[in-house]
Design a protein around this ligand. Structure first.
Ligand code: DCP
Ligand code: MG
Length: 590
């Protein structure tokens, strides 16, 4: 399936041109490589040619002096050829690496600025493959692919021309084996290509599987699923092995075939050559030079099929990378208003939103929140609470209605300015590998350590951080697994407060924590929401009670609104939620 589509694309020159457009800043090197390829091709028949002359002219006439001169000439050519070849290899590989470096930066930047919805639809593993493996394959286009193929073809042409000019009958005889070679090469190319595809798919599957299971290791072990998962892994791994072995088989068959064809050619050379010598139609020098020509000819032919595959793989990889580059799910940023001095009033009017067209998640949400007030959002799981806040800083675009901040539409604001003045604490706290301080500042070097400590002290988490080995320099492992959930959340509070945002969004984690941490968290939340407009998706009664207004959501609509007392009096959904939470709390106390 995979390679059927790739076959069609194997010589997509438009793609090839686009790959080469990335060499534009390094045109000099590219031209140099091309010139070197031509020069190398032209001088490659030179040594056998001089050899022929040494035998036919100087050995025949016993001119030792001339023979010496010619020997020195051959040596010089050998040195020049070696230096040029070194330079050619070095520069083409340099070009590949440099282009790949640029391309990888471009792709990663592109990914960074992609609309968040793009990540809901694109698996992480795929994007990793695009930025790492696929771009590596493009490198090969430069180092082993197109330039090398062009150089090889030129060499082959040059040698064949010289052979034909020297003795076309002998040439024809020697190359009578060529159809066989072409057939073998074609078979080899197809076989290797097929197995390459399989290997690549298997590697991708292995990557995805390992990545997912390392991330979800807790679940695997907690549910004692190790054996089953190991079994599945074995299956994917076996496919990888089989695919590789198929490829190796093709190589093991092809190379001996080439040797046999070469041997046949040499046999033909000796047989027909000697016949011609006996009839005084050619010289011993010609036979010797033809022996060398044939060897020179077969060397690139042996690798040609391989190089074509490399080229093809590079083109396929490039096509995938370009799909990422061409995706235009960019967030538009046409607004000019700066959010520095916003007061922070928020108004939703009939806001509608969905992740997938046709499956509405928010179905007409309206509310008005004055600057400095606190809004609590409550509701069952899946009601749309997190979605409600994800559209406030334009992580997702709404489908209908309007969101106003200080009376201005969200789109009137410069998105980066807006986002840096809306502090956000998400339900799942993600920590990057690095120190505690890195995680609070998100590696912004402009924020002095003193500010970080000040914020932590305000939130009452300074002592907790200082208790960690190394304090602010404590190394948080990947994803923050060395910290508890409560601790992680406390750090994310500091992250949000550091920028002293006018509007604060808090998606409280549902997980219950011990009473000491609970007190820490409650104090921190109080500090966070004081003096700023806050929208809190609340699970803690203490937080809910302090809110100026509460909205109760269900299936994407607001079903109740008011403050704590009025909602309790209404004896509706809020009352039910409240009593359920109260009961849970009592159980905990017991
Ligand atoms: N949804 C989706 N794609 C996403 C996120 C959510 O299709 N990337 C869907 C799943 C839910 C609906 O949107 O049916 C609402 O999801 P929310 O995350 O907004 O729900 P809540 O935050 O209210 O739920 P919880 O209390 O569990 O956090
Ligand atoms: Mg949620």
């Amino acid at each position: 399936m995979g390679f059927m589509t790739t076959k069609k694309k194997s010589f997509d020159f438009k793609l090839l041109r686009r790959i080469f457009s990335f060499t534009a800043p390094y045109k000099g090197t590219l031209y140099l490589a091309i010139v070197l390829a031509i020069v190398l091709a032209v001088i490659s028949p030179l040594r056998p040619f001089l050899m022929q002359r040494s035998v036919d002219v100087y050995v025949a006439t016993k001119d030792l002096h001339g023979l010496m001169r010619l020997g020195i000439e051959i040596l010089c050519i050998l040195v020049v050829e070696s230096v040029l070849r070194f330079w050619f290899t070095y520069r083409t590989n340099w070009l590949g690496q440099t282009v790949v470096n640029d391309l990888r930066n471009t792709v990663f930047k592109k990914i960074l600025f992609q609309d968040i919805g793009y990540y809901d639809r694109t698996p992480i593993g795929t994007l990793t493959t695009r930025t790492i493996n696929d771009i590596e394959a493009i490198n090969d286009v430069f180092s082993e692919g197109i330039i090398a193929i062009v150089a090889d073809i030129l060499t082959i042409i040059a040698i064949m021309v010289v052979m034909t000019v020297t003795d076309w009958r002998l040439t024809l005889a020697c190359l009578a084996t060529f159809p066989l070679l072409i057939l073998a090469t074609w078979w080899f190319k197809e076989a290797v290509n097929k197995s390459f595809q399989r290997v690549r798919n298997a590697v991708a599957a292995l990557n995805a599987y390992v990545q997912e299971h390392l991330t979800g290791m807790y679940i695997v072990q907690a549910f004692a699923a190790e054996k089953r998962e190991a079994g599945k892994f074995d299956e994917i791994n076996r496919e990888h092995r089989d695919a590789n072995i198929k490829g190796i088989f093709a190589y093991s068959v092809f190379f001996p075939i080439v040797e046999i064809v070469l041997a046949c050619s040499l046999g033909l050379l000796v047989w027909y050559g000697v016949t011609r010598i006996l009839h005084y139609q050619c010289s011993i020098g010609v036979i010797i030079s033809f022996y060398m020509y044939l060897n020179l000819l077969f060397r690139p032919l042996r690798m040609m099929a391989d190089k074509f595959n490399v080229l093809q793989m590079g083109i396929i990889a490039a096509e995938r990378v370009f799909t990422v580059l061409d995706s235009d799910e960019f967030l538009t940023n046409n607004g000019t208003l700066k959010a520095e001095h916003i007061r922070g009033s928020v108004e939703f009017t009939d806001v509608r939103f969905s992740y997938k067209a046709g499956t509405p998640v928010l179905k007409g949400i309206s509310f008005k929140l004055e600057a400095g007030k606190t809004l609590a959002v409550v509701g069952h799981t899946g009601a749309g609470k997190t979605s409600l806040i994800s559209i406030l800083n334009r992580l997702y675009e709404i489908e209908g209605g309007q969101i106003l901040i200080d009376g201005h539409d969200l789109h009137d604001y410069d998105i980066y300015s807006l986002r840096s003045h809306i502090g956000i604490v998400l339900q799942d706290v993600f920590l990057f590998s690095g120190t505690i301080a890195d995680n609070i500042t998100l590696r912004n070097p402009d924020i002095p350590r003193a500010n970080v400590e000040e914020v932590s002290k305000m939130l009452g988490i300074h002592e907790f951080i200082m208790r960690l080995p190394g304090g602010y320099d404590f190394d948080v492992m990947e994803r923050g697994n060395t910290l508890s959930q409560g601790q992680r959340q406390l750090l994310s509070f500091a992250r949000a407060l550091l920028y002293n945002p006018r509007i604060l969004i808090l998606d409280e984690a549902t997980s219950s924590v011990d009473s000491e941490s609970e007190q820490l968290i409650q104090h921190a939340i109080d500090t966070l929401i004081k003096g700023r407009t806050s929208i809190v998706i609340a699970h803690r009664l203490s937080t809910i009670r302090k809110a100026n207004e509460i909205i109760v959501m269900d299936h994407g609509v607001i079903i109740e609104r008011g403050n704590h007392e009025s909602l309790i009096e209404d004896r509706g959904a809020y009352h039910n939620l409240y009593t359920a939470v109260e009961q849970m709390k009592e159980k905990e106390v017991l």
